[in-house]
Write a protein of this length. Sequence first.
Length: 188
Amino acid sequence: MAGVASRESFFDTGLDVLSDLGYGGLKLAEVCQRLGVTSGSFYHYFASWSVYTNELVAHWYEGLTVNVVEAVQAEPDPRKRIDSLIHAGLLLPHGAEAAIRVWSAIDPEVRAVQAEVDRQRHDAMYQCALEILATPRQAELFAAWAVYLLVGYEQTLLPMDTAGLSWIAEQLLAALDGGRFASVPADE
């Protein structure tokens, strides 16, 4: 092992380990082995394992939530923003997302970040839906459906079925476009 790795590669590999092995598999030796580097390379960038794991969660939050939401908000058309958000949701590393949810159940700091991720993803979807539907309750149910769809997918132990998940997302969008949310009671 004499490879050279960047800080970014440590984060990307950490997310890969979470995807493949879950939270319990996230170990320094595994990350270094996958990168083909020694632990000395790791300590060149990170003072400790806890520093790394905190930064890994921050990297996940920034890269897969904050940056995505900010990029989508540049689009003036709310329907196109929804399409972009759903597309980004379909491309999430669902294994890593599920592992981080497990991690958040035992680590209050990770739980706080997970709650913020869920809130931002939901709020971005809600704002778009509100512009289209013009009724807060309808927009809330649309946003909840979209977020529950993706979070539920992360939690299943079924084989990955990206095509099936895409089809389900298309049904959600068809309900939005077809006026089905008009049947939502306004005050529930």
